[in-house]
Design a protein around this ligand. Structure first.
Ligand code: C6P
Length: 409
């Protein structure tokens, strides 16, 4: 136990943490890629599939009603947890990537022109770059990059200078998946709004690690992925302000997103969120995501954040004792992500050897190639923490690294 945080009890809720990998107890340090699942999430999905699976919003029978209630209950859980103003502002998507593509394909296509400018930070994940690049190649708008300082924080002077270009949209990640930097989403949003821009926040790495209050941030769009929040893959959400969602054209066409379809008069569309949820959604995923959020709430996001911060500080201290090791991402406000390189060793060689010792880390560019290019490095080794990680996990990483480095040098 550290303080009141009973990490041993938390670990018991994650069956996967009992397994061995390559003969060693699993040390899972890759939660930024995808978090492991507590029993309540696994059970919720099993319970739904075993007892009340049905399509939703379409049937009058008992199973359809129960499935619809559970699905809409999950939407309510997301709305309440993230403090959206109403359930209609929460659109189920396949994940953060899907949500950003939705905004680009609807709001972006309807509102950006050849003379528009879109700002984004150098920290962005490809998911918050490429959909805008694809649209820019079609429409012809300009993309401008907000520069960062070497420790991984946004250069506010550069941001203000770029805001003077009167951008239509500013895109930034709430937390960097590669460096761990926590951006001040409220401040960045307010500056963007003062300049007349809309704001798209990529919350994929913030939602699992801190309390996020959407009305307080006041951004226009926010996306997150269920699988990083201890929930299933293939489900996530897009938050959008109601007035914007009302005005946006639909995205994918199909069942459920319409009000009326005709060959004779124009087809009309449903209200948000259904306007953006064509086809049968990932019902079990949405319901289990609701369970995952309730699980995070039961531990307390502030407790998870404090625990992960303590692990991060400890990892920095211990790792920096290794000769030739450099940490990328040293912002004062940092989430549980530690990216590093060891002089003379390729990150993927280190990652492979660490795996042989039971340690799961991610290596490579972490879908942030422009950031890696800026640092002039091929990638990093990244250890990332979840609610279930321990100080022993950090010690195991350091010991395995020392062994691996000896083998590689
Ligand atoms: N980052 C990582 O290892 P999806 O794949 O849609 O669930 O999430 C995409 C995404 C968007 N934004 C940020 C900041 C992210 O970190 C991710 C996913 C994983 O860092 C996989 S590349």
């Amino acid at each position: 136990m550290d303080g009141n945080y009973d990490v041993a009890a938390i670990r018991r809720e994650f069956p996967i943490l009992e397994r061995k990998v390559n003969g060693f107890p699993l040390v899972y340090l890759d939660s930024a890629a995808s978090a492991q699942k507590p029993r309540t999430v696994i059970e919720t999905q099993r319970e739904y599939l075993s007892h009340f699976h049905s399509n939703i919003h379409r049937g009058v029978h008992t199973l359809a009603t129960q499935a619809t209630e559970a699905f809409e209950g999950a939407r309510e859980t997301i709305k309440a947890h993230f403090n959206a103003a109403e359930n209609a502002e929460i659109i189920f998507t396949a994940g953060a990537t899907d949500g950003i593509n939705l905004v680009a394909g609807t709001w972006g296509r309807a509102n950006l022109t050849a003379s528009s400018t879109v700002l984004m930070t150098r920290l962005e994940h490809h998911s918050n770059i490429v959909p805008w690049q694809i649209l820019a190649s079609e429409i012809g708008f300009k993309i401008e990059v907000i520069e960062i300082f070497p420790e991984g924080t946004i250069d506010l002077e550069d941001y203000n200078a770029k805001l003077a270009l009167a951008p239509s949209l500013v895109c930034f990640s709430h937390v960097s998946n590669t460096l761990g930097t926590i951006n001040d989403a409220k401040q960045l949003t307010s500056l963007a709004h003062d300049a007349g821009a809309m704001v798209m926040v990529d919350g994929a790495q913030a939602a699992p690690h801190m309390n996020v209050d959407l009305q307080d941030i006041n951004c226009d769009f926010y996306v997150a992925s269920g699988h990083k929040m201890y929930g299933p893959t293939g489900i996530g959400f897009l938050y959008g302000k109601r007035a914007l969602l009302d005005a946006m054209p639909p995205w994918r066409g199909g069942g459920e997103m319409i009000s009326s379809v005709s060959f004779d008069v124009p087809t009309t569309f449903n209200v948000p969120p259904y306007k953006f949820e064509a086809g049968t959604p990932h019902i079990s995923g949405a319901i289990a995501l609701g369970a995952a959020i309730k699980w995070m709430e039961s531990v307390g996001l502030d407790n998870i954040a404090a625990h992960e911060l303590a692990l991060t500080k400890y990892a920095h201290e211990k790792l920096l004792q290794i000769e030739g090791l450099r940490i990328y991402g040293t912002a004062e406000h940092k989430a549980g992500v530690v990216s590093f390189l060891v002089e003379g060793i390729h990150p993927s060689d280190l990652g492979t050897l660490l795996d042989q010792l039971g340690i799961a880390v991610r290596t490579g560019h972490h879908c942030t190639e422009p950031l890696m290019d800026w640092y002039k490095i091929p990638g990093t080794v990244r250890a990332s923490f979840g609610a279930y990680n321990t100080f022993d996990d950090v010690d195991a990483l350091v010991a395995a690294l020392e062994r691996a480095i000896k083998m590689l040098k």
